[in-house]
Design a protein around this ligand. Structure first.
Ligand SMILES: *[C@@H]1O[C@H](CO)[C@@H](O)[C@H](O)[C@H]1NC(C)=O
Ligand SMILES: *[C@@H]1O[C@H](CO)[C@@H](O)[C@H](O)[C@H]1NC(C)=O
Ligand SMILES: *[C@@H]1O[C@H](CO)[C@@H](O)[C@H](O)[C@H]1NC(C)=O
Ligand SMILES: *[C@@H]1O[C@H](CO)[C@@H](O)[C@H](O)[C@H]1NC(C)=O
Ligand SMILES: *[C@@H]1O[C@H](CO)[C@@H](O)[C@H](O)[C@H]1NC(C)=O
Ligand SMILES: *[C@@H]1O[C@H](CO)[C@@H](O)[C@H](O)[C@H]1NC(C)=O
Length: 310
């Protein structure tokens, strides 16, 4: 059964809500209301413990999953994942915000998932580690249309399929993450990202990514950018760089002026946190972000909600 898309134009509202000094807002919160915990219960204190521990536990590597509590009914399972190209400091900041938002955005909820540009946080009283669940998905798209949809789709498909393989089976660092670009026109590239939570097996990661890539036509047909995010994996593409590029491999340079060759079309790379990626002032890469709250061209970006089944 395919749930109906319910697009909302939220931009103006979000701009009103978004003050420049506020911390980042979640892109989406999935808070099913069927299961609520009672105030001051053991579950609540377990959840608080989980939320207070996840950011610092996940920040160094970019991922952490843990369980708090012994008793089945009071146990809470949680995981935190940062986008593979963000620094530990940014990871920690994003997850700290997520942990603070979690209860505020989902009072008494026993299960909750929050997505941000740089991270996601999920918890539940039910064990979900290692369980691929592609039934739930959300999407966003860039309102600009591509001029040559056929060529764009061909290139995009090639890029995203490569990224799914690279993320799932590439054995890069961080795991289950890949970014890359493909030439679209002589002066335009398409940039893509694929990432899974680390509790998935490579095969489940690949399956999750391909499922969401297969949703791109539904979500973002002819659009210059799109993002599909689920509980286990995220795919994203845009017409401008939106991830922090890994430092190019140091050529056997002896200090003479070397012209860095452009990366070949269709190149796919895993970006690690290691090495010497420079953190700029955090402006450039955001200019084409699809995030409603961060996007400078929010007047033409839309928000879609699909399949809120869980
Ligand atoms: C859980 O709490 C939410 C918000 O407080 C409420 O809307 C919902 O009806 C509650 N669910 C149950 C099953 O009580
Ligand atoms: C929970 O604990 C707080 C602080 O101790 C208290 O103010 C509140 O009344 C308690 N709520 C319930 C439902 O017991
Ligand atoms: C984290 O997830 C893995 C993969 O499913 C699982 O084997 C492990 O037990 C989990 N860790 C904790 C602390 O629950
Ligand atoms: C989680 O909570 C729901 C709703 O209260 C309940 O149906 C389910 O059995 C709980 N899961 C566990 C593992 O206790
Ligand atoms: C993009 O194309 C769609 C369908 O062809 C059209 O409805 C929409 O207005 C276009 N959007 C922009 C920003 O041009
Ligand atoms: C640097 O390396 C290039 C190529 O190996 C060589 O031609 C050049 O002479 C070197 N320059 C210096 C300053 O060592």
């Amino acid at each position: 059964m395919e749930p109906l898309p319910l697009p909302y134009l939220l931009c103006s509202l979000l701009i009103l809500l978004h003050t420049p000094t506020s911390k980042s807002q979640p892109i989406y919160v999935n808070c099913p209301t069927e299961a609520n915990y009672t105030a001051n219960s053991t579950f609540q204190s377990n959840l608080n413990l989980l939320l207070s521990s996840l950011p610092s536990a996940a920040a160094p590597s970019g991922f952490y999953n843990t369980t708090v509590g012994r008793n089945g009914a009071d146990q809470v399972y949680g995981l935190a994942l940062c986008r593979g190209d963000v620094s530990s400091a940014d990871c920690n900041a994003c997850l700290t915000t997520a942990a603070q938002d979690a209860v505020a955005k989902c009072p008494r909820g026993m299960s909750n998932t929050l997505w941000y540009d740089n991270c996601m946080l999920r918890y539940s009283n039910n064990s979900f580690f290692g369980i691929a669940d592609s039934s739930f998905w959300e999407y966003m798209w860039d309102g600009q249309n591509v001029t040559d949809p056929q060529q764009f789709d061909d290139q995009l498909g090639q890029l995203m399929n490569n990224l799914a393989t690279k993320a799932a089976y590439g054995l890069g660092r961080p795991p289950l993450f890949a970014v890359g670009e493909v030439k679209f026109t002589s002066f335009n590239n398409i940039y893509g990202l694929a990432q899974c939570t680390w509790d998935l097996s490579p095969a489940d990661c690949y399956e999750c990514l391909m499922t969401n890539i297969g949703r791109i036509p539904q979500c973002c047909s002819t659009k210059m950018g799109g993002r599909i995010f689920g509980k286990n994996c995220v795919v994203q593409f845009e017409s401008a760089p939106f991830y922090k590029l890994a430092a190019p491999p140091t050529p056997q340079s002896n200090g003479t002026s070397t012209v860095t060759p452009p990366r070949p079309a269709g190149s796919v790379q895993n970006t690690g946190k290691g090495g010497s990626q420079t953190r700029g002032k955090d402006t450039g890469g955001k200019s084409k972000s699809l995030s409603l709250v961060d996007s400078p061209h929010c007047g033409i970006c839309y928000w879609g909600v699909v399949g809120n089944s869980n």
